[in-house]
Design a protein around this ligand. Sequence first.
Ligand code: NAP
Ligand code: MG
Length: 456
Amino acid sequence: MSETLTVIEPATEAVLAEIPRAGAAEADAAVARAKAAFPAWRAVAPADRARLLARVASLVQDNLEPLAVLEARNAGKPIGDARGEIGMVVDTFAYYAAAPERLLGDTIPVAGGLGFTVREPLGVVALITPWNFPLCIAAWKMAPALAAGNTVVLKPAELTPLTALRFEELALEAGLPPGVVNVVAGPGSTAGARLVEHPDVAKVAFTGSTAVGRSIAASAAQTIKRVTLELGGKSANIVFADAEIERAAAAAPMAVFGNAGQDCCARSRVLVQSSVFDTFMDALHWAASEVVVGDPLDEATTMGPLISAAHRDAVASFVDADSPVSMHGEIPDGPGFWYPPTVLSPVDPASRAATEEIFGPVVCVIPFRDEEEAIRLANDTIYGLSGSIWTRDGGKALRVARAMDTGVLSINSNSSVRVSTPFGGFKQSGIGRELGPHATDAYTESKTIYYATEEH
Ligand code: NAP
Ligand code: MG
């Protein structure tokens, strides 16, 4: 491995680390290690595998602060958010520590005997993850994959590999055998693409853009690999006239400016019923002006920089002289990939800003007349990941929730992700679900065994 991967701190543009850059050869070597480790790992007794995963959870907990600082600096996210994400890594391993002993099958009476099913691990699983929630998204994949008896090769995004590399060390320290968790820090086009093609990889679990997800699905088809995809979004936050307008407006900014908008669940289209539009906008502007953009390590910061200069330029391309900018927040002077929290209102629902995933702190506000129009606007997108509904009418809330083509949504709340509930998208937001009680299904095959009890 001769090349160097230079890791940049987005808030300062300074070099945070120089590490070896993995390529196709390192991906091959990691798959070979994972393949060699698989037979012994799948044979570990379920209770022992459970204990090892619980030990991973407690070691990450012991290292929460340094991991959070590393994540905050590398991804440019507020330290409070980073602590929450590393806390979720702990919770995810703690939750799936119960899974090895709950890989249940069915017993089915059939003529002349019994049919029953067992869940078998897949083998070597490749995990390809983005830069927005680096270790957290990796944990959502690693914990159920390992619990089910697979070995894993994790390829973090080239921009944010540092917490994954530290995790690889902690997994060994926790007692996971060498080769069970392997991290390959290199570009998607070489290391990532090789994992997707590799004949010894049984499955790819991917989180990232819809464009890359599409190419991964196409490449994985050559070897009929199992694929789960968590992709982009353009989610709607629907505010009805009978909502608690102050609460809805107070919550709306962080539903899209959280993680500087670099969140697949960002509710980046706010749909507001026309009769309360002006009242809502006044409250929204006030709430958005409370966002504190600055140093990720400052406890008062609520929004950091974007991940890179290229990404900042891509976000900026959605806002030009003709855009209906109703608010532009403040950003720090000096270096860093900053972009201000920006409100566009009222936005043409057919415009580029309202239809494409911006993945930055830009929110489009769109008025609607009635429930039917709100549902139509919300569903008028290739995506279907998240969403929120604000109303005091419980029946309407559930009616709209059922009508929305989206995988995860909240009523009178910004909540979208919990370890114990399934997460994933409809339409081009992805295939499959992560988290929750059934996530191990996506890392196992069902095997049917017929046992004859009568002679024929
Ligand atoms: P991305 O460009 O799709 O990259 C995601 C990962 O795929 C990175 O590790 C990347 O590696 C790798 N990759 C790129 N090309 C590849 C290829 N040809 N073969 C194999 N791997 C390849 O996404 P991103 O820019 O990191 O993240 C932003 C996107 O992710 C947004 O669209 C967002 O909506 C989506 N996202 C979705 C979810 C969800 O759960 N639905 C969660 C978070 C983010 P390198 O970057 O190292 O080259
Ligand atoms: Mg990318």
